[in-house]
Design a protein around this ligand. Structure first.
Ligand SMILES: *[C@@H]1O[C@H](CO)[C@@H](O)[C@H](O)[C@H]1NC(C)=O
Ligand SMILES: [Cu+2]
Length: 249
């Protein structure tokens, strides 16, 4: 399968993955009953890369973006990302499923979803620095040491995102992200795993996204939800990023 292609072609990188203990990426996206391919880090060895809705990223170690880079374009859609050339067709108001290729137990943290409107030009040529994102969903600490990431693992690495029913039809980038906090009690110890996917939203909605911000403005190294100790007794967790959720109402 995809991963075997990956290890067959580059055993050195395969070893690197093992030493980095293999974090994860969104391998499939299911919407309106169709199953689409996300960006697999192994696709970097295909020339040309496949035409898929998932944005490309330079992440051969299946790694993360560090808080040192939170003001850098790498935080937008992962390292050196370029736009996906296809779209996931999804009806406003429906729920799509993002299927991660594995996720480690240790990597506890929030799972956050954002949307940006690509405008009439569509997303395939989008300039990521110009995308203005709103948060559409967030899940984080639940109780004890149980986090949204544990829900993902319990659900066979599938995560569901509902597209707001009133969202007007058009082309959007879904920015789906897990922030792993296992090392986050140290400055620059948090790990962001953003994944971008192009959506073609259809339906009768009429609401445009408003109040979005560039992803380079989401987080800072010292935000209370970025510099956070998950090993003490937790009573609350301040989810990082924009404080409001865009619901389309
Ligand atoms: C999507 O397709 C892949 C590859 O065929 C499969 O492994 C995966 O289970 C499918 N996902 C869903 C939710 O149907
Ligand atoms: Cu990891």
């Amino acid at each position: 399968m995809l991963l075997s292609v990956f290890t067959k072609q580059l055993p050195v990188i395969g070893a690197l993955i093992t030493s980095a203990s293999c974090h994860g990426f969104v391998q499939f996206i299911v919407a309106n009953g169709k199953n689409y391919t996300g960006w697999d880090p192994g696709f970097r060895f295909q020339n040309p890369p496949p035409s898929i809705p998932g944005w490309t990223a330079d992440n051969p170690d299946i790694g993360f973006v560090s808080p040192e880079s939170f003001a850098n374009p790498d935080i937008i859609c992962h390292k050196a990302a370029t736009p996906g050339q296809a779209y996931v067709d999804v009806t406003a108001g429906s729920t799509l499923t993002l299927q991660w290729f594995t996720w480690p137990d240790s990597h506890k943290g929030p799972i956050i979803d954002y949307l940006a409107d690509c405008g009439t030009a569509g997303c395939a040529e989008a300039k990521k620095e110009s995308l203005k994102f709103v948060k559409i969903a967030q899940a984080s600490w639940k109780s004890g040491n149980d986090w949204a990431s544990d829900d993902l693992i319990r659900n066979q690495f599938k995560w569901q995102v509902k597209i707001p029913a009133t969202l007007k039809s058009g082309h959007y980038v879904l920015r789906h992200e897990i922030i792993a906090l296992h090392g986050a009690s140290n400055v620059d110890g948090a790990q962001a795993y953003p994944q971008c996917i192009n959506l073609h939203v259809t339906g009768a909605g009429s609401k445009s996204i408003s109040g979005g911000v560039p992803a380079t403005k989401f987080y800072k190294e010292n935000d209370p939800g970025i510099l956070f100790n998950i090993y003490g007794e937790i009573t609350s967790y301040p989810v990082p990023g924009p404080s409001s959720i865009w619901t389309g109402s």
